[in-house]
Write a new protein. Structure first.
Length: 202
């Protein structure tokens, strides 16, 4: 049994001295000037094929379970991060390993000046009243407007912002429901506030 254990240890030592390839997910972070913003959200990670000796791969996995590369972006409308840039950043974080392949040829980042715009909140609601009740007055929203922040090109065509759809059936009493505003499809758009109250008088 002792001899078998010694043989296994020797086999492991020899095996781990060989080169291996493995795929790692690399996180990407961007330092962007405060007065500009992305038009579309850039990738936050990439996949890289890493090659190195077994001991080096295992050591990096245990001591650096997450690898992060960072890019300082200039104040300009577009910026291209090349494949070479990405591989260089990864190699700096993995000095004993070789970066074989990554799943991006380049990253084209589009940026614009950060802006804000105040627009009216548009109520989306389906309301059904019980007999003989009806709406006493027009529905009032509080607040009745929302401030949007994001790239200028995304803000320009927006004239109002909808709530999520409110459905009320057989309504027979006053109701002030709190409603969420519809979440933006583009995460570069931010809403303040994110909720409103509909004052419904019956």
């Amino acid at each position: 049994m002792f001899c078998i254990s010694i043989a296994l240890i020797f086999w492991l030592l020899v095996k781990m001295s060989y080169s291996f390839k493995t795929e790692r997910e690399i996180s990407i972070e961007y330092d962007i000037p405060s007065e500009i913003t992305f038009v579309e959200s850039p990738p936050t990670s990439l996949k890289a094929t890493i090659e190195g000796k077994g001991w080096d791969l295992m050591s990096h996995y245990f001591y650096h379970p997450q690898t992060i590369i960072r890019f300082n972006l200039p104040k300009q409308a577009s910026y291209t991060i090349t494949r070479s840039d990405m591989k260089s950043k990864i190699a700096h974080e993995m000095p004993n390993l070789e970066v074989d392949e990554i799943n991006y040829e380049f990253l084209l980042l589009k940026m614009e000046k950060q802006a804000t715009k105040k627009v009216a909140i548009e109520l989306k609601a389906t309301i059904d009243f019980a007999e003989p009740y009806h709406l006493k007055d027009s529905i009032q929203l509080s607040p009745d407007s929302v401030v949007l922040s994001g790239p200028i090109s995304l803000l320009a065509p927006i004239q109002s912002w909808p709530t999520e759809n409110l459905q009320l059936l057989t309504l027979r009493a006053d109701l002030p429901p709190s409603m969420a505003l519809l979440a933006p499809e583009n995460p570069q758009l931010q809403l303040t506030p994110q909720r409103t109250i509909a004052n419904i008088q019956v």
